[in-house]
Design a protein around this ligand. Structure first.
Ligand code: NAP
Ligand code: GCO
Length: 261
């Protein structure tokens, strides 16, 4: 019996058209799941669907803004009626704004909180109602190092990801009794579009992160697949309210001086 088998399961991945979302979605598909991929850009949904089908993966595309309550409510209802029950939800969609707090406009702060914290609440609410009725489900919230650590210029992001960690624990508290497992993944620093501006060769942050990470490298999106499949499968049926950090050891260490070998 393969407790990591996801055959016949349907997985909704928000922001699943590229980056970490696509890598985790492909991992779930390789374990047998059918995919529903969301984004706000129709071009990105179309090109992502071509890539999934090229890899022989069954994927449906759904265009909706995860921050728009009515959009989400209608999208979940149409997915459940046209495609089928959602067994797995990955709240992956996210944005970041790197602005010193003293220079940050309240609306910029609000926008980050909207996408990175309020949207996981909204999407989980409508998917959760169906999972509660079916007495089963898996929800995975994509947290961050900023769920635990602060960093210059990312105040809104840290506030959102810190909040998402606690939302994950509270969702587990409310829904575990319905056989719904809610957990989080906290990626370290991964090579995606989101980190491209700080991952430039010679950029001080790039060298800092490579030195600050005991593994001595940036994460590859595929490094998240094992943890995503574990938290989406029956292998984690008694795991609830946990944040699994996949960070190459960043949170395990105080780090070392740059010139120390
Ligand atoms: P990314 O490449 O920027 O992907 C983010 C995805 O979210 C994109 O598909 C984006 O769509 C989508 N999105 C943004 N706003 C949306 C909205 N309102 N409605 C629907 N979709 C929306 O970022 P990533 O690096 O893959 O990150 C994915 C998740 O992991 C994020 O939550 C991020 O905070 C988290 N994370 C990333 C890292 C890292 O090192 N990369 C580390 C820790 C945590 P568009 O492209 O169309 O805007
Ligand atoms: C940043 C990065 C981080 C990563 C990630 C770390 O500017 O510090 O973008 O926020 O995306 O969240 O775990």
């Amino acid at each position: 019996m393969n407790i990591f088998d996801l055959s016949g399961k349907r997985a909704l991945v928000t922001g699943g058209t590229h980056g970490l979302g696509m890598a985790m979605a492909k991992g779930l598909a390789r374990a047998g799941a059918h995919l529903i991929i969301n984004d706000i850009s129709s071009e990105k949904v179309e090109s992502a669907l071509k890539e999934y089908s090229k890899d022989g993966m069954k994927a449906y595309g759904r265009l909706f803004d995860v921050t728009n309550d009515t959009d989400v409510k209608n999208a979940i209802a149409s997915i459940e009626s046209e495609i089928g029950p959602i067994d797995i939800l990955i709240n992956n969609a996210g944005i970041i704004k790197r602005i010193p707090m003293v220079d940050m406009e309240a609306n910029d702060f609000r926008q980050v909180i909207d996408v990175d914290l309020i949207a996981p609440f909204i999407v989980s609410k409508y998917v959760g109602r169906q999972m509660i009725a079916r007495r089963q489900g898996k929800i995975i919230n994509i947290c961050s190092m900023m769920s635990e650590l602060g960093r210059d210029t990312v105040s809104a992001y840290a506030a959102a990801k810190g909040g998402l960690k606690m939302l994950t624990k509270n969702m587990a508290t409310e829904w575990a009794k319905y056989n719904i497992q809610v957990n989080g993944i906290g990626p370290g620093y991964f090579a995606t579009e989101q980190t491209a501006p700080i991952r430039v060769n010679g950029h001080p942050f790039n060298d800092f992160i490579v030195g600050r990470t005991p593994a001595g490298r940036w994460g590859n999106p595929e490094d998240l697949v094992g943890t995503a499949v574990f938290l989406a499968s029956s292998a984690s049926d008694f795991v609830n309210g946990q944040i699994i950090y996949v960070d190459g050891g960043i949170l395990a260490t105080i780090g070392k001086p740059a010139n120390e070998v």
